[in-house]
Design a protein around this ligand. Structure first.
Ligand code: GLA
Length: 724
């Protein structure tokens, strides 16, 4: 039983974790989240505050204080001085509420979350939901706290619904998806930070007194901060120690905050960023927060990542391609950029097919007068000068060769130089009397406007139905500035950021349902929206525009902290790399890209005969390994953030075969070979690696001796197989 309710407490448990909350004097307090407690004494979670100098709710109950004994869903202003989980203004203009317990409901399976992406349960899953309703005494609001308990995944999901039960208007100024309270601050905050072309590098810092946060104010989850954070013990390593993960299923402005107070307790909250947010709730209207996926492990970062990988692969990603190996992509972008025609594409497609690739993707530049980044977004009709036979003609010819056909789209954007802009300038996000700022010469369509949404759904449905399209790269190449909507009323302008994301989710839900055979890959100037919200609709994301092998080792390694390799797009591109001007061999670039959904963006016309043979051989080899790469468990062995070398490996489900990848980021002379401690093998089986036989136990404990290539960007793939 995942939910044990007694002594005024709720004990939620998964296979290895416990989560405890309790009612005291009508208020719901957070007591514990962590390693599983066996038959805990629930009465023992005493309130600690009576010893302290401070503020309390009643003279006769000095321990009833929210200063350090935290409410499960804290509000500001009633003895609590931290940033709250909920902050709202009622008809009287103040923001004071007392949320007390009214009732709860336990149900088998997963709770419903309206209009937002969320994890789901399948028949036979050991999943239960708890919904606790809190009410404000004055009757102005009700809050439902949702808990989804995934026993076998060691995951607890959380979300919140806020209902206005008053006669007047309520303004919700902050509604976080979750809040929990740790009794100490003896943790490091680990997050994934970066920039365009440098996404999701791993950062780790000790918690310090005060508030520390990761956030986006850019209208997308962003290149700069991923909507994920972990609290780990200072001694936690890749393989050992406690780690709490918090991952928000949301693609817009978010915040993850940790507040360390005067008594060194730590409050963790995560949800929509309250900055530039205010939601108007009329009587009986409900506001739903996005979902937060939490996991706790005592098996180091690797244990945390495995929980997320399994959960996101199996209970977040959906659709035809959820469990299906993805085709090897050939994408023309880094080869032609905007400058191509039908014959050139057909020439490239023929070469791609001859090399063994499976899907030809036509990237940007096929529509309107799109000959550079400055025009035509919004004018989604085929450029007949470049493609005289249209997408249909091109797609069919490519199909005839035995390749699938895919297409690049950027449906959330509009160029100021476009017919659409001339006709509908009011469809852009902008504010009156200010000249809109640009990003990549483009503006953003107002997805809070239902008219815009309907138009996009119609036009995308036409395009996707007009040709044999089996893949879509859904791009989004700038953030939101000048956040104003001509559609929304003056009072509702601060709803724009969230309404934009709701609009996007609506469009995506309709399109993925209408075109179930299409493999959708999301992209946002590379990895600017690599988040679980997008993965709910599209099972893979273009990891970064930076395809330099060494940069990609870091980006993919960091991304793997939360996201399974099968969600990452990874291609081999031309050298010298156009971002950093470095060159590595084809083989080395292939080894890095094999980690994710594999593809090429090379000019196949310019390859020498030898290079083509090498490429063909590699694709054949890749095809032998790809089931393992797609379905296997991924283990990080050496971090590129802490070393001049890196290593990772994949192990198949039955522990029969493993693929070990080693990389030299920066070569030095005069070094010993390394003993690499492999992972995930069967201790008692014998394996062959590099021509020798070892037991799994030896490979994992004493290690495999490997020489790292003495060359910057050098790599090697070692195949490890059970010996017969
Ligand atoms: C973005 C993408 C690239 C490419 C271009 C096309 O930058 O990340 O891969 O599709 O747009 O304009």
């Amino acid at each position: 039983m995942a939910i044990d309710i007694r002594e005024g407490c709720f004990h939620l448990s998964t296979q290895n974790t416990s989560y405890i909350i309790g009612i005291y004097e009508g208020f719901l307090f957070h007591h514990y989240y962590g390693k599983k407690l066996i038959e805990p004494n629930l009465k023992s979670f005493k309130h600690r505050y009576q010893e302290c100098y401070g503020h309390y709710m009643k003279t006769e109950l000095r321990e009833l204080s929210f200063e350090s004994d935290s409410l499960e869903y804290p509000n500001y202003g009633r003895t609590d001085f931290k940033h709250p989980a909920i902050h709202m203004v009622g008809k009287e203009g103040h923001s004071i509420i007392d949320l007390t317990y009214r009732e709860h409901k336990v149900m088998a399976g997963k709770y419903e979350l309206v209009d937002l992406p969320h994890a789901y349960a399948e028949d036979g899953d050991d999943v239960e939901s708890l919904i606790i309703t809190l009410v404000d005494d004055t009757g102005s609001i009700e809050v439902d706290l949702f808990y989804g308990i995934y026993t076998d995944y060691d995951v607890i999901t959380r979300a919140t619904a806020i209902r206005n039960t008053s006669e007047g208007l309520v303004r919700v100024e902050s509604a976080q998806s979750m809040s929990i309270q740790m009794p100490t601050s003896n943790y490091d905050l680990l997050s994934l930070c970066g920039a365009w072309a440098r996404e999701r590098h791993v950062y780790r810092q000790n918690l310090h007194k005060g508030s520390q946060c990761i956030e986006s104010l850019r209208g997308a989850s962003s290149h700069q901060f991923n909507p994920f954070m972990a609290l780990v013990r200072p001694e936690t390593t890749e393989n050992l120690g406690e780690a709490y993960g918090f991952s928000l299923v949301y693609s817009g402005n978010f915040i993850g905050r940790v507040q360390v107070d005067q008594h060194d307790t730590s409050r963790i909250t995560m949800g929509i960023n309250p900055f530039e947010f205010c939601w108007h709730l009329q009587k009986d209207e409900v506001f739903y927060t996005p979902e937060c996926v939490m996991t706790y492990v005592d098996k180091g970062l690797s244990g945390m990542s495995h929980n997320y990988h399994r959960f996101y692969r199996e209970r977040l990603c959906r659709g035809t391609y959820r469990d299906k190996v993805r085709p090897i992509i050939y994408n023309n972008w880094e080869v032609t950029f905007f400058d191509f025609d039908h014959d050139q594409l057909i020439g490239l497609a023929k070469e791609a097919k001859a090399c063994g690739m499976e899907l030809f993707v036509l990237d940007d530049g096929w529509f309107g007068h799109r000959n550079n980044a400055a025009q035509s977004l919004g004018d989604w009709w085929v450029n007949k000068e470049k493609l005289p036979y249209g997408l249909k003609g091109l797609g069919e010819e490519i199909n005839k060769m035995g390749l699938k056909f895919g297409l690049w789209l950027e449906p959330e954007m509009i160029s100021p130089v476009s017919h659409l802009y001339n006709e509908k300038p009011e469809w852009c996000i902008s504010v009156p009397r200010y000249v809109s700022s640009l990003g990549r010469e483009q503006l953003v369509l107002d997805y809070s406007n239902p008219e815009v949404i309907d138009y996009i759904i119609t036009i995308m449905t036409e395009i996707l139905g007009s040709a044999p399209i089996d893949y879509v790269k859904w791009d989004m190449n700038r953030y939101i500035t000048d956040a104003g909507s001509f559609y929304l009323e003056k009072e509702r302008q601060k709803e724009l950021f969230h309404r934009y994301i709701l609009g996007l989710y609506k469009v995506l839900e309709i399109l993925v349902a209408r075109f179930p055979h299409i493999l959708f890959e999301s992209c946002a100037g590379g990895g600017g929206r690599f988040d679980p919200g997008m993965l709910y609709y599209m099972p893979q994301t273009w990891t970064s525009d930076n395809t330099d092998a060494i940069e990609r080792i870091k980006i993919q390694y960091g991304t793997s902290l939360v996201y399974p390799p099968r969600t990452m797009g990874a291609h081999v591109s031309p050298v010298p790399n156009h971002h950093v001007n470095r060159s590595y061999s084809l083989r080395d670039r292939e080894h890095v890209a094999m980690m994710g959904n594999f593809g090429y963006e090379l000019n196949l016309m310019e390859l020498t005969g030898d290079e083509k043979t090498e490429l063909k051989e590699h694709i054949e080899k890749y095809k032998c390994h790809r089931q393992l790469l797609f379905n296997g468990d991924y283990y990080r062995l050496i971090s590129p953030f802490e070393n001049r070398i890196a290593a990772w490996m994949f192990v198949d489900e039955n522990k029969e075969k493993a693929l070990l990848f080693i990389f030299t980021l920066h070569a030095v002379n005069n070094t010993l070979p390394q003993y690499l401690h492999l992972k995930g093998l069967d201790s008692y089986s014998l394996y062959e690696a590099d021509g020798e036989i070892y037991s799994g136990s030896q490979l994992m404990n004493s290690g495999l001796q490997v020489k790292f290539p003495k060359k910057d960007g050098g790599s090697r793939l070692v195949i490890i197989e059970k010996s017969r």
